[in-house]
Design a binder for this molecule. Structure first.
Ligand code: C2O
Ligand code: CU
Ligand code: CU
Length: 469
């Protein structure tokens, strides 16, 4: 019996009453008959979907019932540093943290997750993550599916390894340099789940790569075209047709899949590292996989089955969804360079393995006592980020940015929207423009970091302030 797709409960974040969020231990059944020890927020694994709205006050009240400290960050939110939930804002065991967040940004799919110093990887792996949906009037007035759990589905991608007793295995010290991979894909905390009753029309999937380290190639088993409508920070200007799409840890994509033919849709989440996905390779390799001429047959991670009796969203997609205003060259007042490295200066010969490598940005490992950059509020800057070794998803707190160049090439239409996470390939660089509109003080700075959580925990992270001049 395949499991049903778990749909996390909605928590109304438009109300002045704080949402109570219990960070707790639990057990969850991922494998038949086995209880796996987990962490969760108001549930045994993962947390509720917090739904808020532009121009509302999102009041949260976290209760840490664990015996260890936890900080919880709102990834993708444009909020000041003192409510951003970085590692400085750790909630002590038994403690409560009650941030009030003014939501001023456009509609987007964001998320919240553990950001505890040195423990992010472990706590996220065990379950401390959930989605945050921001609505606004513009997005609400558009012909887009928006019935949560019916034709607007949260899809949290993760991978986990289970031991012989069905417990999670997390051993970052034994990870290779690319971080800790699981062998089993979980979607919202279920193995290969099914939705039995999707309306026969357009369905919106809000995909979040919530894995610690895995890059996925997302596609459908019948190789159908789907439409990407949103990047990390909100709607694209226009829907972009795709058949495959890469997602790195931390990234979100909203896509529209058309189920009006009545045929089921099988979502594939292929491990990029296993399908030799160099730029050209992705597609041809995938075709081979889908034709079965490759020995590995892809298994659907999520199956959507149609119920013809349900009211469906059948109107065409809007041609124009948003206007993205890029800054003019003369508005860009500053430039910064960031270089990510995995073996900086150290003698790693003969040691091998991730545990012995230095993980640095601009030659420095994360130090809570050091502010690495100071940025002026409201000023456009150009950030150029380079990887000397390995692929890294680089993420910046407190903003959305616009990519100008990716891996040294022009930005493809599906990446032209607002982003907060950008992929750097091995020995390559990417560039984006960014402006910060909220303050982050020395006491509560923002972070920039690699979103491979084992890299982040090993120091591939820096702190910056945003100050009023
Ligand atoms: Cu999603 Cu600083 O992280
Ligand atoms: Cu973040
Ligand atoms: Cu990294």
């Amino acid at each position: 019996m395949p499991s049903r797709l778990p749909i996390p409960a909605l928590a109304d974040g438009t109300n002045s009453e704080p949402i109570d969020l219990q960070i707790r231990r639990g057990t969850q059944q991922f494998m038949p008959g086995v209880k796996t020890h987990t962490l969760g927020i108001n549930q045994s694994y993962l947390g509720p979907t917090i739904r808020t709205r532009r121009n509302s006050e999102l009041n949260l009240r976290y209760h840490n019932t664990l015996s260890e400290g936890v900080s919880i960050h709102g990834h993708g939110l444009h909020v000041p540093g003192d409510v951003d939930g970085g590692p400085q804002l750790e909630i002590a065991p038994g403690g409560v943290w009650q941030p009030s967040l003014s939501i001023v940004q456009p509609a987007a799919t964001c998320w919240y997750h553990s950001h505890t110093h040195g423990k992010t990887g472990e706590q996220v792996y065990n379950g401390l993550a959930g989605m945050i949906l921001i609505d606004d009037d513009e997005a609400g007035s558009m012909e887009l599916p928006n019935r949560y759990g019916i034709d607007d589905l949260p899809v949290i991608l993760q991978d986990r390894t289970f031991d012989g007793k069905g417990q999670f295995v997390y051993e970052p010290e034994n990870a290779d340099e690319d971080g800790w991979f699981g062998d089993t894909v979980l979607i919202n905390g279920a193995v290969a789940p099914v939705v039995a009753d999707v309306p026969a029309g357009k369905v919106r999937l809000r995909l979040l790569n919530g894995a610690n380290a895995r890059f996925y190639i997302v596609a459908f088993a019948d190789n159908r075209t789907f439409y990407k409508i949103a990047t990390d920070g909100g709607l694209l200007e226009a829907p972009v047709p795709l058949t495959t799409m890469e997602m790195s840890p931390g990234e979100r994509c909203e896509i529209i899949v058309d189920l009006s033919s009545g045929a089921p849709a099988e979502l594939l989440t292929l491990f990029e590292d296993e399908i030799d996905a160099d730029e050209e390779g992705i597609v041809s390799n995938l075709q081979a996989l889908l034709r079965g001429s490759d020995t590995r047959t892809p298994v659907a991670s999520l199956t959507l089955n149609v119920d013809q009796n349900l009211p469906a969203h059948t109107t065409p997609l809007p041609e124009k969804m948003s206007t993205i205003a890029r800054p003019q060259e003369h508005q860009i007042k500053n430039r910064r360079d960031f270089v990510l490295d995995m073996d900086n200066g150290g003698d790693h010969q003969g040691h091998g393995g991730h545990a012995h490598m230095d993980m640095t940005i601009n030659d420095a490992v994360m130090d809570m006592n050091v502010i690495n950059e100071r940025v002026k509020l409201g000023v456009w800057e150009r950030w150029r980020v380079r990887s000397n070794q390995g692929a890294h998803p680089f993420h910046v707190h407190g903003c959305s940015f616009l990519i100008e160049q990716m891996e040294g090439a022009a930005v493809t239409p599906d990446q032209q929207g607002w982003k907060d996470t950008i992929v750097l390939d091995d020995d390559d660089w990417s560039e984006f423009v960014v402006q910060f509109n909220h303050e982050a003080t020395e006491k509560h700075p923002y972070m920039y970091h690699c979103h491979i959580l084992e890299h982040e925990d090993r120091g591939m992270m820096g702190q910056f302030t945003v100050f009023r001049s």
